[in-house]
Design a binder for this molecule. Structure first.
Ligand code: SAM
Ligand code: SF4
Length: 335
């Protein structure tokens, strides 16, 4: 471990080299589990990081040991200067990746290629256009599907994120896995997570075990192969024997992966979060604007990281809405 790595090591010995940056809180979709139908209140532009501020703050994280940056949001690609930000970040010595709802991806293929982005995660919660419309409150299914295919043709590593919600899309688990039979697509089922105001209730969630049981019933339990996960992977990976693609489950609720967490987050308004579920944030942007050295603030925020899920170690604590009241909504954090 070099000195720079040590700067982002927390009190539990976890070394942080992965930063997720939200480019905007805003979005061109309104997924019911993430965003209110009316959108979020407009805030003055000055409250958000300008391009040069974002690049400079990201550069500080990189100088402290960050090796991978994933852009997210809201929808990162609706930001007007998204292409310039991607180009700017690509000049840093980091692996760059992006999570998007896929609607605008076709306009960014060249930008992604020039920035050497390999990993593109696209959210798609249903294989049915009408259902997708109900979930996202927008009519972009064909466009998103076309863009997933375009990314695969162009050789990107495409992962399709599916948030599973009982009574909404849990009947499609088998169909998503069937998609991996003939195409090298990588489906990642995400357990529904609680955030401030999203009316979460775990009875609507589908656990890792339930996904495996459902897949086993359709494809045969003996045909499910467990694949090896990467050292900091948040997903547990599987493949049906003979399928080209694979599937995975991100089990934040039933099997949290906090022990190996290497992630930090920067919100679009320049706040640092040491965990997706942390109730506290550090205002890096104001400090940066006052000319302060933000290195100590970043280091201190890392040192205050809790052992698991922002301090909610048990499912019981994690399930209490009041424990999420000090957190933001998902689109305001950057998922
Ligand atoms: N707009 C982009 C997108 O949809 O991919 C990036 C931001 S979005 C907040 C990032 C990811 O978080 C998406 O895959 C989305 O489905 C997921 N997400 C949002 N709210 C969630 C929740 N309550 N539980 C689990 N995943 C959620
Ligand atoms: Fe927008 Fe992504 Fe949230 Fe859906 S999940 S509303 S696409 S930020």
């Amino acid at each position: 471990m070099d000195d720079r790595g040590n700067m982002l090591t927390d009190t539990f010995g976890r070394r942080h080299d992965y930063l997720r940056i939200s480019l905007t809180e805003r979005c061109n979709m309104r997924c019911f589990y993430c965003m209110p139908e009316e959108g979020i209140p407009l805030r003055p532009k000055e409250e958000f990081m300008r391009q040069e501020e974002l690049l400079s703050i990201a550069g500080t994280f990189v100088s402290m040991g960050v090796r991978k940056i994933r852009l997210t949001g809201g929808e990162p690609l609706i930001r007007r200067d998204a292409a310039e930000i991607i180009e700017g970040l690509s000049r840093l010595p980091v692996e760059l990746a992006i999570t998007t709802n896929g609607v605008l991806v076709d306009r960014f293929i060249d930008v992604f290629q020039r920035a050497r982005i390999q990993s593109v995660n696209v959210s798609l919660d249903s294989l049915d256009a009408e259902k997708m419309h109900r979930i996202t409150r927008r009519d972009h299914f064909e466009q998103v599907m076309a863009n997933i295919r375009l990314l695969m043709r162009e050789g990107f590593d495409v992962k399709v994120n599916v948030v599973l919600i009982r009574g909404t899309n849990d009947d499609e688990i088998g169909d998503f896995v069937q998609w991996t039979a003939e195409e090298g697509v990588r489906v990642r089922f995400i357990e529904f997570m609680p955030f401030d105001g999203n009316r979460w209730d775990w009875s609507k969630g589908i656990s890792l075990q339930e996904v495996l049981d459902t897949v086993g019933t359709r494809f045969g339990a003996n045909n499910i192969e467990r694949l090896t996960d990467g050292p900091h992977d948040t997903a547990k990976h599987y493949r049906i024997k003979g399928h080209k693609g694979d599937f995975a489950v991100i089990s934040t609720v039933t099997n949290p992966f906090c022990d190996s967490c290497n992630r930090l987050r920067l919100t679009a308004d320049g706040r640092m979060k040491n965990c997706l579920f942390s109730g506290t944030e550090t205002d890096l942007l104001s400090a940066y604007r006052q000319g302060e050295d933000i290195t100590d603030l970043i280091r201190d925020t890392v040192l205050h990281k809790k052992k698991a899920r922002g301090g909610m170690d048990t499912l019981d604590e994690f399930s209490k809405p009041e424990n999420h009241a000090r957190n933001r909504t998902m689109q305001a954090i950057g998922g």
